[in-house]
Ligand binder design. Structure first.
Ligand SMILES: Nc1ncnc2c1ncn2[C@@H]1O[C@H](COP(=O)(O)OP(=O)(O)O)[C@@H](O)[C@H]1O
Ligand SMILES: [Mg+2]
Length: 265
């Protein structure tokens, strides 16, 4: 039986009574990867944080593995867009990863048990950073840092991984590097992932579903069904395009990014 990792029905999420997301209905089947797209301010981060039980002002139905989000917390890892590590503190890669297991228990007693160190080493290997355990986090490249943060997210053996713009602020080669790790997580661990992204192209290969939102649900389905030219234009503005090159789908939204920035100015 296929199980839904996330199930939302008529989900409305609010801040101080003001809706940021309205009437979303969708589901994400276990083991699938959903790419969550939408312009700035569309509510992508809000949706991830609500699923992660970090924001609770909502109405409608929201279930994570059949439970309300706060009851499914142990099954979820959320990687925010920017990490909150103080880089003046000289933490090693391994310490940052090991923090993933003590995270919930205590910030005060910062003593990492040996078992956590062993596991940290293993997950660092999994993300391709074997041998980098004792390197300082702050001295790593952007792609390596993101892989350390993914390793940290895996420490708690989650079944659902929520990633907010994991490729933003990375150069093209680092994007390839991080996408390869995401692909490996999907393939070898079978995790369900929800990934928000501005630049969808590098992630299209691992996306089973695409959800386009702009406060409301615009489209939800398989990538080739959703990413039609008219749909992409309606979300990202008239300069955006969906094109097929040699049978491969690409979305050009870069111009629209400028378009939205202009609106904000
Ligand atoms: N903590 C907050 N308090 C009030 N409004 C917020 C808060 N966080 C986000 N919002 C509002 O919710 C809407 C969606 O924001 P967000 O989820 O950050 O969008 P996205 O991640 O797609 O850019 C925006 O209008 C934003 O101003
Ligand atoms: Mg956001």
């Amino acid at each position: 039986m296929d199980m839904n990792a996330v199930e939302a029905e008529n989900l409305t999420v609010l801040y101080g009574g003001q809706p940021a997301l309205e009437g979303l209905t969708f589901n994400v089947e276990e083991g699938k990867t959903m790419l969550l797209l939408g312009p700035n301010g569309a509510g992508k981060t809000t949706l991830l944080r609500t699923i992660a039980a970090l924001h609770s002002e909502y109405s409608g139905k929201l279930l994570v593995f059949g439970e309300p989000p706060h009851k499914a917390r142990d099954l979820i890892s959320y990687v925010p867009q920017s990490h909150s590590l103080n880089e003046r503190v000289p933490l090693t890669a391994m310490e940052v990863v090991a923090m993933g297991s003590i995270y919930r228990e205590s910030f005060l007693h910062f003593r990492i048990p040996t078992s956590a160190m062993d596991k940290a080493k293993e997950v660092l290997g999994f993300v391709g950073l074997a041998g980098m355990e004792n390197r300082l986090f702050r001295e790593l490249s952007g792609g390596q840092k993101q892989r350390v943060l993914l390793a940290r997210a895996l420490m708690s053996d989650p079944r659902l991984l929520l990633l907010d713009e994991p490729l933003s602020a990375l150069d093209p080669s680092a994007r390839v590097e991080v996408t390869a790790v995401l692909s490996k997580i999907k393939r070898e661990r079978g995790l369900t992932m929800i990934i928000t992204t501005h630049d969808i192209n590098p992630l299209l290969e691992i996306g089973d579903r695409v959800m386009l939102i702009n406060k409301r649900l615009i489209e939800f389905g398989k990538p080739e069904e959703v990413l039609r030219d008219d749909v992409v234009k309606s979300v990202y503005g008239p300069l955006a395009r969906a094109v097929k090159v040699e049978g491969k789908l690409f979305c050009i939204t870069g111009d629209a990014h400028i378009y939205h920035r202009r609106e904000e100015m």
